[in-house]
Ligand binder design. Structure first.
Ligand SMILES: [Zn+2]
Length: 116
């Protein structure tokens, strides 16, 4: 994953989901500037012993030791807006509760999932 939300330059921001109109359907907007031009970046899924990263039409699966240090799976989706904000929604699942958090950083290096 080229964008690690746990790096020191990432800052936690108040959790919010900003929804815009897009082309008539709802669309996810940047939680920093409200811009509608948001791209999907890398997706990371960490489970007990397996970490999968989907980025640039590639899926990388590696062993991990999350199960030794954390309880429950972690799903992280990185987005970036065309104004230069990168933001990551993280979801952790434990005992039937899915907790959410949001971090942001400035970024001038962008990767996206496949699009047409
Ligand atoms: Zn933005």
């Amino acid at each position: 994953m080229s964008s690690n939300p746990n790096t020191p330059d990432a800052i936690a921001v108040p959790l919010r989901f900003v929804i815009g109109q897009g082309y008539g359907d709802g669309c996810l907007c940047c939680p920093v500037c409200g811009g509608e031009y948001v791209h999907i970046g890398p997706v990371n899924v960490a489970q007990g012993q397996t970490n999968a990263v989907i980025e640039n039409e590639q899926i990388t699966v590696k062993p991990c030791e999350r199960g030794k240090h954390f309880r429950g799976s972690l799903v992280q989706v990185v987005f970036w807006c065309e104004c230069g904000h990168e933001f990551t929604y993280s979801f952790q699942f434990h005992k039937g509760i899915t907790s959410c958090s949001l971090e942001s950083r400035s970024n001038d290096r962008f990767d996206s999932l496949w699009r047409d």
